[in-house]
Design a protein around this ligand. Structure first.
Ligand SMILES: Cc1cc2nc3c(=O)[nH]c(=O)nc-3n(C[C@H](O)[C@H](O)[C@H](O)COP(=O)(O)OP(=O)(O)OC[C@H]3O[C@@H](n4cnc5c(N)ncnc54)[C@H](O)[C@@H]3O)c2cc1C
Length: 498
């Protein structure tokens, strides 16, 4: 009797998980997620970066990626990412992503930190939604994939020092499933929902990262959190709608309450400076009692046709951005850190793989270049799927197995506090006293301190305290600027390329 090969279990069905699942054919894949389209992928507006213009090439894309990442990136992986980009766009187009066209080619936008127009988009600023729809359609017709929605990761089963299976629970009501497999891929997205101000959906809570670390995977670069400089500032709203950077690429200007250009003299690229620089400028303005507005009133009607999502989001909150400036605030947006993985997506725990925002391969360095993360999900997700076509090594079954279960979750009122402390302590501008204060408050909170969210928050704070320098998105005001290699590397790189 021939044995049925173990399935590949993929947890997470955003761009990364879908790409893994599709590429793993013909191996049987069980693809789990909490809910359809609940991840960050559906919210992506700007698009995907690829060097496709005649005046562009992957080396320039790599140079911009390294400059944004403060050269903290893994250069070999950056090269793999940018060289894989044009083919990734063709692969997506072949799966039905309706990229916006201009003449005989694709329309290319420009975003912060990019020296060239290289952002491919779909449905104007509905790129993520279109991408998700096309890949979900491809998954629905792929005979090797069994898709299961309404499940949340609960445990990882370990045996013989490696992954032996995974446990998932129903998100609504009762029901659990245990699956034996030597290969689990976590593609569970980022951690933005742990912050008071965020552009991330509620599901970007870091549960996948927390359970991987509890099971023995290593963390990397946890302190690097990117803050999007321009979320729509609507008090009390979660997530905050994103006002895409592409709007600044099309000519919108950040202004203070007096109408002065906020980024003038701050960086050679002014409004298109890397996100951390723009976010810190706005954070300082707001902290000192000022205001920050994005003025897009000079855009003409044809430019506005590219931004239907931003326009309708603003209108829904009583702002007509064609004639009024848009109030903006920084917000937690993307996690560069995560489960440490090697070039093949392998964590330290044999059999446990990670890809997409939950992972940290080092490709984004200390700060992600805009529109490189959907790209990461496609390029690295497909490669990982191809590698996992063959089942990995099964554990010896004559040794004891153990299940690592996620600690209990905190209740909502405690989480509200946690988000505020993380926002104050791990926001765009940091110092040790505020971070230690956040740690102490978390430890002293009876309803919070034993939760998995508190455990993860501690690891984030301790990583940020341990890095005693300013680098990329991690900006410390309590360390001497001389210890900041960011200042030495990032600024000249922009000057030279201009
Ligand atoms: C508003 C916004 C705009 C953005 N715009 C762009 C852009 O224009 N270009 C760009 O490149 N990037 C953009 N990004 C970043 C990009 O969208 C994300 O980094 C990327 O989509 C992450 O993809 P992912 O597959 O790793 O995770 P996600 O798309 O977040 O998917 C996570 C999946 O994991 C599942 N999941 C999570 N936790 C669990 C659990 N515990 N158990 C079971 N399942 C779980 C979820 O159900 C979901 O299916 C944007 C992000 C935001 C928030």
């Amino acid at each position: 009797m021939s044995e049925v090969p173990a399935p590949l279990v993929v947890v997470g069905a955003g761009v990364a998980g879908l790409s893994v699942a599709l590429a793993a054919a013909p191996r049987r894949v069980l693809l789990f997620s909490r809910a359809a389209g609940d991840g960050a992928t559906a919210l992506a507006q700007g698009g995907i970066a690829a060097a496709l213009a005649p005046d562009d090439d992957p080396d320039q894309h790599a140079a911009d990626t390294l400059a944004a990442g403060a050269a903290h990136n893994d250069a070999a992986l950056v090269s793999r990412l940018v060289n894989g980009a044009p083919e990734a766009i063709r692969w997506l187009a072949a799966r039905g992503v309706p990229f916006d066209r201009e003449g005989s080619g694709w329309q290319l936008g420009r975003e912060g930190g990019h020296q060239r127009a290289r952002i491919v988009h779909a449905g104007g600023d509905a790129s993520g939604r279109e991408l998700l729809a096309a890949l979900s359609g491809a998954v629905a017709t792929a005979p090797h994939i069994e898709r299961r929605e309404g499940w949340t990761l609960r445990s990882l089963r370990l045996q013989d020092g490696r992954i032996a299976g995974v446990g998932l629970a129903r998100t609504t009501g009762r029901g659990e499933v245990q699956i034996e497999t030597p290969d689990v891929v976590l593609a569970t997205g980022g951690i933005g929902a742990l912050f008071a101000a965020t552009t991330n959906p509620p599901g970007a809570d870091g549960a996948g990262l927390a359970i991987a670390l509890a099971a023995g995977a290593a963390a990397r670069d946890l302190e690097f959190v990117q803050f999007h400089p321009t979320a729509l500032a609507v008090p009390g709203l979660r997530p905050l709608p994103l006002v895409t950077e592409a709007l600044r690429g099309a000519g919108a200007v950040l202004r203070d309450a007096q109408g002065r250009a906020l980024m003038a003299g701050v960086h050679p690229l002014a409004d298109l400076a890397p996100r951390d620089r723009v976010a810190r400028r706005i954070w300082s303005e707001l902290r000192s009692g000022g205001e920050a507005w994005l003025d897009a009133t000079a855009l003409d009607a044809s430019a506005w046709r590219q931004f239907p999502t931003v326009r309708s989001l603003c209108l829904a909150h009583g702002i007509d951005p064609r004639v009024q400036p848009i109030p903006v605030t920084p917000a937690a947006h993307f996690h560069m850190g995560g489960i440490a993985v090697d070039a093949r997506g392998r964590s330290r725990l044999p059999g446990l793989h990670a890809v997409g925002e939950v992972s940290c391969s080092g490709v984004h360095g200390a700060n992600r270049l805009a529109s490189n993360s959907l790209l990461e999900g496609v390029v690295f997700g497909r490669r990982l799927g191809e590698w996992l076509r063959k089942p990995g090594v099964s554990p010896r079954t004559n040794v004891a197995a153990q299940s690592v279960v996620l600690a209990p979750a905190a209740a909502e009122p405690a989480l509200l506090q946690l988000r505020e402390w993380l926002w104050q302590g791990l926001g765009p501008v940091r110092d040790e006293a505020t971070m230690r204060h956040a740690l102490a408050r978390i430890d002293a909170h009876a309803g919070l301190s034993e939760s998995w969210q508190a455990g993860l928050a501690r690891q984030l704070l301790l990583s940020a305290i341990a890095r005693r320098e300013s680098l990329g998105a991690h900006h410390r005001v309590d360390v001497s600027p001389d210890s900041s290699i960011h200042q030495r590397i990032a600024t000249p790189a922009y000057g030279e390329n201009n």
